[in-house]
Each structure stands twice: as structure tokens, then as C-alpha cells.
Design a protein around this ligand. Structure first.
Ligand SMILES: *Cc1c(COP(=O)(O)O)cnc(C)c1O
Length: 414
């Protein structure tokens, strides 16, 4: 389909010479797995037994009535083990690690969700595990660091650069160069050098294939549009994969943060602030300054603030196969609140981006039209951010009381 991982002018594999043989090995292992008629069924059986697949497709009857437009369905990736679609990718790569006979995995993580998912897989498959995480993120995401360590992973705070996700990725590659024989790098999204965009999409495509089967079984016809949030692009490509050959409109929703005019956002495909460049081993749209310096990004959703984006989605933008939108932090919080009250579902802040855009468009659609929204993860993890956004005084009192306990303990040691 694409020579050496190119999607028109995007993608590629810009890796240090020393890693060339390791990438060849991975490309070969992935090709062999895909060609093995037993591999995909085995992968699906592992996800069924361990992670809870297939996930349901839920008809949102109350939201549909509320908006009076399109029939709204929600694909429930929040019900995967560890609470998001990330399980699909890490379990798939874990099976490849077994086929390659390696004993250790490394991964980058920003918000910590991919780190927790990787640590979970490593525990299950009996692999050593090291997670690279920017020092700033280690401080912001203590609950996930706590779980990764309890799951047996070593969490290494990265002190280079701006000490966030992109710096963690660079550090993970550095580790890999020194440990190629034993180690596989479990990249968390459909970005990075070939074969990662294609491979992560392959594992996440289970979302779209299930959703297509499910909507045909329920409605007997295809949806008009499907919506997914876009961080690196893996849950969006997962959903889109089921409908690529169909007359279905694919809508990717990015983090508009405080607005596209504010400079405080993470929109690489919708805003005019991104430009094409090569970084982190591949060519895509990056949020960068004229001299190639990466810009600071902002989103209320920690999982959507990466500076790059999948080369496959960059290609879809240029070819027109998908449409990209951005929504603001405020719209996201409102969409999350409405979904909780109407349907009793708590979407992750990342997923709520897709909900927010779908809610803006659904009322303008006809009652016999159908949309599917991907609920990429569950929102329980966002309690700190959401409680702040709702300015809940009881919550603030609770946090103060907790803090007072530790202050008193410190005092008694002094
Ligand atoms: C990590 C994450 C995302 C963003 O990653 P993609 O690769 O763009 O899917 C979105 N939603 C949730 C719940 C996540 O954990």
C-alpha cells in the first residue's frame, strides 16, 4: 500500500543508522504476524479474555432525544481493561515481543495512560519494563506513576528539554540504542517512524471493525459520520479503519484549548499554526516555530497535547478523506457534563472532544441519520482536573483535609 511507510509526503523512518537492523527486525516480525492466519484470531482472543472485548456500541437514546437530530451511538472503548483503547495496542505489541523472543519493553508516556497500559501488559506477559516520563509529567500525574511502579515498572523521570512527552520519546529511543537485543519499544500512538503508524493502526482497527459490524447488526445500515478525538491519532485511526471503504464521513477532533487564536491549543491539523517537518523519526505536521523549535501546547486533556500527529491522518487531511475540527476546553467540559447527566457515562476529557463536536453537528442532521462517537476512555482519571473546572468547594475541602494529614505527619517527624 505504501512504500517504506510513506503516506504521500508524510511518514517515513528517519532513524539512527545503529537502529536500522532493529527496525528491519520489527518490520519483518510485524509482516510475519500479519501473514500468519492464527495471529489475528489469537490477538482477538487475548483481548476478549483479558481486556473485555468486544466493547459494546451503546445507543444514546437520551442524547438523541435531547438534540432531536441524528441517532447517536457511542463506541465504548472506556470498558477496556485500564480504561481506554490503549490496551488494544499494548497487548498487540506484547504478542509481537513474544514472537521476537525479547524480554524487556520500554515506553514513553505523557499523561501516564500509555505507561500504565504498558506496565500492565508487561506484568501479564512477564517482561521487564521501563517507562520514560518527562519530569513535569511525573509531578502532574502522580496517581499513574504510583500505579506503574506498583505494577512492577521502573519509571524514569526525563530531565532534558522541556521535560514533557516529546523529551520522553527521545529518551526512550536513546535507551533502545543501548539495548536493542533484549528490548522492544512499545510506542503508544500511530506516530513515529515506520512501522509504528501502520502497526498501531492495525491493532487499533479492531475498534472500527467491531463498530461497523455492530451498527449493521443494530440498524441494518452504515452511519453518515463517525467522530473521534485526535492526540497522536490512534483511537481515531482505529475507528476510521472500519469505514475507509464506505461512504462515511470521518471527523477527527483536536484540542482547541483556549481557542485557535489564543496560541494556547494543540491543533496540528485544523489550526494554521502547524507546519510540515521531520522530527522524532517521521515527517508530519508539527506545532513548531519558523526555526523548527517545538512550540508549547495546551489542552485540558493531558492525552491530546502532543506536538506531532499521525502521518496517516496528515495524509487524510490533504487527500480530504477525513475532516478535522477543534473544540475548546470549555466546550469539552460542557459536553462531558451533559453526557454524564443524560446517559450516566463519564467520558475521558480526551474523548469529550469528540462528543463536543458531535453535539454541535447532530442537531443539524436528520432524524434518520446515524453518527458514532468513540468514547476512547473513561473519565474517572480526570477527577482532579474536572473538579477544578467545576470549582467544587466540597472537593477542595477534601483535598485540603488530605494535605493537612501529611503536613501534620511531617511536623511530627521534625
Ligand atoms: C491517550 C489517549 C488519547 C489520545 O491518543 P490517540 O493516539 O490520539 O488516540 C485519547 N483518549 C484517551 C482516553 C487516551 O488515553
Amino acid at each position: 500500500m505504501h512504500e517504506r511507510g510513506y503516506y504521500d509526503r508524510f511518514g517515513g523512518a528517519f532513524v539512527p543508522e545503529i537502529l536500522a537492523a532493529t527496525f528491519d527486525e520489527l518490520v519483518a516480525a510485524f509482516a510475519a504476524a500479519k501473514a500468519d492466519p492464527l495471529f489475528r484470531p489469537h490477538y482477538e482472543a487475548v483481548l476478549a479474555e483479558y481486556a473485555g472485548r468486544p466493547t459494546p456500541l451503546t445507543f444514546a437514546a437520551n442524547l438523541t432525544r435531547h438534540f432531536g437530530g441524528a441517532r447517536i451511538y457511542i463506541k465504548r472503548e472506556d470498558l477496556n481493561h485500564t480504561g481506554a483503547h490503549k490496551a488494544n495496542n499494548v497487548m498487540g505489541q506484547g504478542l509481537l515481543v513474544q514472537r521476537m523472543g525479547k524480554s524487556r519493553v520500554i515506553a514513553e508516556t505523557g499523561a501516564g495512560q500509555h505507561g500504565v497500559a504498558t506496565a500492565t501488559m508487561a506484568a501479564r506477559f512477564g517482561l521487564a519494563c521501563t517507562i520514560y516520563m518527562g519530569e513535569v509529567d511525573v509531578e502532574r500525574q502522580r496517581p499513574n506513576v504510583f500505579w506503574m511502579e506498583r505494577l512492577g515498572a521502573e519509571v524514569v523521570p526525563v530531565r532534558n528539554g522541556t521535560r514533557i512527552l516529546k523529551d520522553a520519546i527521545n529518551e526512550a529511543f536513546r535507551d533502545w540504542v543501548g539495548n536493542m537485543d533484549t528490548t522492544h519499544y512499545v510506542l503508544g500512538t500511530a506516530c513515529g517512524p515506520h512501522p509504528y503508524p501502520e502497526m498501531v493502526t492495525y491493532f487499533q482497527s479492531i475498534i472500527g471493525h467491531e463498530a461497523r459490524r455492530q451498527i449493521l447488526a443494530i440498524e441494518g445500515r452504515l452511519p453518515q459520520r463517525v467522530y473521534a478525538c485526535v492526540g497522536g491519532g490512534s483511537n481515531a485511526l482505529g475507528l476510521f479503519s472500519g469505514f475507509l471503504e464506505d461512504p462515511v464521513e470521518l471527523v477527527g477532533v483536536e484540542a482547541g484549548g483556549e481557542g485557535l487564536d489564543s496560541g494556547r491549543h494543540a491543533s496540528r491539523l485544523r489550526s494554521a499554526d502547524a507546519s510540515v517537518g521531520v522530527a522524532q523519526g517521521y515527517r508530519t505536521f508539527f506545532l513548531q516555530n519558523g526555526d523548527g523549535q517545538m512550540r508549547e501546547t495546551h489542552s485540558i486533556a493531558a492525552g491530546l497535547d502532543y506536538v506531532g500527529v499521525s502521518p496517516i491522518l496528515a495524509h487524510f487531511k490533504e487527500s480530504g478523506r477525513a475532516r478535522f475540527e477543534a473544540v475548546t476546553d470549555d466546550e469539552v467540559v460542557a459536553a462531558m457534563a451533559l453526557t454524564m447527566r443524560q446517559e450516566g457515562l463519564i467520558p475521558a476529557l480526551e474523548s469529550a472532544h469528540a462528543f463536543a463536536r458531535a453535539f454541535a453537528e447532530a442537531p443539524r442532521m436528520k432524524p434518520d441519520e446515524i453518527i458514532i462517537i468513540n468514547q476512547s476512555g473513561r473519565g474517572d482519571k480526570d477527577i482532579f482536573t474536572v473538579a477544578d473546572a467545576f470549582d467544587d468547594p466540597q472537593w477542595q475541602a477534601f483535598i485540603r483535609a488530605k494535605a493537612a494529614v501529611y503536613t501534620a505527619k511531617e511536623g511530627s517527624h521534625a
